[in-house]
Ligand binder design. Structure first.
Ligand SMILES: Nc1ncnc2c1ncn2[C@@H]1O[C@H](COP(=O)(O)OP(=O)(O)OP(=O)(O)O)[C@@H](O)[C@H]1O
Ligand SMILES: [Mg+2]
Length: 333
């Protein structure tokens, strides 16, 4: 469970798009400590991006709508804050990077102006100091000939360089929390590794906490302190990275980890589809949302299982966990 003084504490977070449909994010809760890395994994459409966006007040509303819950950051409730108050936090105490850098970069302004503007806005500095900070950040993220790139427009940079520029902008004010949603998926494999190493190096230097949303289990194994596994809008398992990989307890997690080809080969390993389909939003079951794909389902799975601790810090939402013990006992009976 949460560290004694978590940086971020999310509880009961629910998000819906349309009335009459099941919540697309349902009763999600987790905590992130200072400097910690939490990876959120799960199949496409399970609600990872909606969760990430909602933490920063960036949900597209409408159509999305927070239906309940709490997001406490540095002890302060963020749900219900005005966009002006959230705007003061974003790019300052917390920042987000995306798969597609043009989500964050404005094509009409130079890289240097965009980074400097964020610095000027959040820090009481003048134009010159802000521009110096922009240069320092471009150097930090490994953009060659940084001084001349200050005056480049986003389209004049390669995809990998644009990604670095977005990271420079996100980290320019030393955020306490960085949310990275598939930050390397659109890049080719060598550049992916470089950008990921860059994020980790900067994180180590600055003590920034990281929420990394990714499909790449190899990356998770390498960078996560803790892992939250989502399925159809819910967290089905959450725990220290070692427990998730070595002792997964939810049948869905077991499927994911079991389907992981050559973890040793590290990056690039991806989630492999488990037979069956994720329930549609208009047909979300009342009970366990994984039950109709689950080889271990029992009648009781018609009731939604609560997330409960199996070991300190390791929580599972499955009636049959611990799975091996229970399956063996039931077979013996
Ligand atoms: N603006 C929107 N309008 C309608 N439905 C949406 C919208 N945004 C997300 N959804 C739906 O909400 C669900 C969760 O979407 P989300 O983008 O959070 O998934 P994800 O886990 O990030 O998936 P991926 O791995 O593909 O990025 C999906 O079923 C998606 O179709
Ligand atoms: Mg997404």
């Amino acid at each position: 469970m949460p560290t004694s003084d978590p940086l971020l504490e999310v509880a009961g977070l629910s998000i819906r798009i349309a009335a009459g449909q099941g919540n697309l994010v349902d009763d999600v809760g987790f905590a992130v400590g200072r400097g910690e890395t939490l990876c959120i994994v799960g199949e496409s459409g399970c609600g990872k991006s909606l969760t990430g966006l909602s933490l920063m007040g960036l949900l597209p509303t409408p159509p999305a709508q927070v239906a309940g819950g709490s997001v406490r950051f540095e002890g302060r409730e963020l749900l219900g804050l005005s966009q002006a108050a959230l705007g003061d936090l974003r790019g300052d105490r917390m920042a987000m990077i995306f798969q597609e850098p043009m989500t964050a970069l404005n094509p009409a302004f130079t890289i240097g102006d965009q980074i400097a503007e964020g610095v000027e806005r959040h820090r009481a500095t003048g134009r010159r100091a802000a521009r110096n900070r922009a240069l320092e950040m471009l150097e930090k993220v490994g953009i060659p000939a940084a001084a001349s790139r200050l005056d480049a427009y986003p389209h004049q940079l390669s995809g990998g360089m644009r990604q670095r520029a977005m990271i420079a902008m996100a980290l320019a004010n030393d955020p306490q929390l960085l949310i990275a949603d598939e930050p390397t998926t659109a890049l080719d494999v060598t550049i992916q590794a470089q950008v990921l190493d860059l994020i980790r190096d900067l994180q180590r230097d600055t003590g920034t906490a990281l929420i990394l949303i990714t499909h790449d289990l190899g990356v998770v194994a390498e960078v996560a302190d803790r892992v939250a596994v989502m399925y159809a809008g819910r967290i089905v398992e959450e725990g220290p990275v070692g427990a998730i990989f070595d002792d997964p307890q939810h049948p869905y997690t077991i499927g994911l980890i079991g389907s992981l080809p050559g973890l040793e080969s590290g990056r690039g390993a991806r989630l492999v589809t488990i037979p069956g389909m994720v329930p549609a939003p208009e047909a979300m079951p009342q009970g366990c949302r994984f039950a109709d794909r689950c080889p271990f389902a029992i009648p009781r799975c018609a009731e939604a299982p609560a997330l409960r601790a199996l070991a300190p810090g390791h929580r599972v939402a499955c009636h049959r966990a611990p799975l091996e013990d229970n399956v063996a006992a039931e077979e013996a009976a």
